[in-house]
Design a protein around this ligand. Structure first.
Ligand code: ATP
Length: 275
């Protein structure tokens, strides 16, 4: 279970997120949506412990990510939108590395590793170094590593980036299976069709504040005049479809332009498993 209570994050003079609370129960898939700069990545990265919150508490399966980061991370997997692999390690060596980090024995590694490589069509790339993989293949290696220790909380940032249709189907099925097995899943995405297809719950963020949090059914009730999630998105964030089209952006992409980023200085120095 993921519990976020009164979370806020300020970067220098930019308040990225403020007063945010929500829960992702076991079996639930939460879609995190909002315009560019809404605070989605800032929230996901705080749950993983990559950036410390300015205020509030974030817990994974009862473990506070700041006070008890190792126990919290043992239950957690994070798949960012630009997975960082080790160029010189092969696909299988990435799985071996993850298995070591999470304390899996060799039988678990072999059984789960082969199943994941088969599911994500990586068996023939097993001994290929990451430097020789395509963008989509790298994403599939990151997902396989993330699933290996059967985490109870799984966080995705734009999970479909670079994946082909077969891989998208495999990933969607795997997310449903992990949730059915009791994982709490969070997906940050601008692809509203993906969110509608996969998620049981929705969190709409705008300018760092919660605009809606609840089940899809509650969303339909609260926005009963909206005919689609896209329309809900526009209503909740005060944007108009015309503004999006005028901006020349894809309809699934929001238009608010965030101020330029400054280099992040607050990253923890813990070594992350390959993702
Ligand atoms: P997108 O959809 O564009 O990925 P997002 O919802 O993930 O956006 P965040 O990346 O969380 O948004 O950014 C939220 C706000 O925090 C923005 O105003 C952004 O400019 C600011 N921000 C994010 N990271 C930093 C940083 N390292 N330093 C300063 N400001 C930052």
């Amino acid at each position: 279970m993921i519990v976020v209570t009164g979370y806020g994050k300020t970067y220098q003079d930019v308040t990225a997120v403020s007063g945010l609370s929500f829960t992702v129960e076991p079996g639930q898939v939460l879609g995190l949506v909002g315009p560019n700069g809404a605070g989605k990545t800032t929230t996901i990265r705080a749950i993983t412990g990559i950036i410390p919150p300015t205020e509030g508490a974030l817990t994974i399966c009862g473990h506070d990510i700041v006070a008890d980061p190792i126990k919290a991370r043992q239950q957690l997997a994070y798949i960012p939108d630009d997975p960082q692999l080790f160029d010189l390690l092969t696909v299988y060596e990435h799985l071996m590395f993850s298995a070591r980090v999470y304390g899996l024995n060799s039988a678990e590694l072999e059984e789960r590793g082969d199943r994941l490589l088969s599911r994500f069509e990586l068996l023939d790339k097993r001994d290929t170094p990451a430097s020789d993989l395509s963008r989509g293949m790298r994403q599939k290696v990151a997902i396989s590593c993330a699933y290996l220790h059967e985490p109870k909380a799984i966080l995705f940032d734009e999970p479909l980036t670079g994946l082909d249709p077969q891989a998208i189907r495999n990933l969607k099925n795997s997310i449903r299976e992990r949730a059915t097995a009791g994982a709490s899943v969070m997906i940050s995405s601008h692809l509203l069709s993906l969110v509608e297809d996969l998620c049981t719950h929705i969190l709409i963020l705008d300018k760092g504040r919660r605009r809606f949090f609840g089940s899809l059914q509650e969303l339909r009730t609260e926005y009963s005049s909206a005919e689609s999630l896209e329309e809900v998105f526009f209503q909740a964030t005060g944007m108009t479809e015309a503004a999006v089209l005028a901006s020349g952006e894809d309809q699934n992409t929001a238009v608010a332009t965030p101020p330029p980023r400054v280099p992040e200085t607050e990253s923890g120095d813990a070594v992350e498993p390959p993702q």
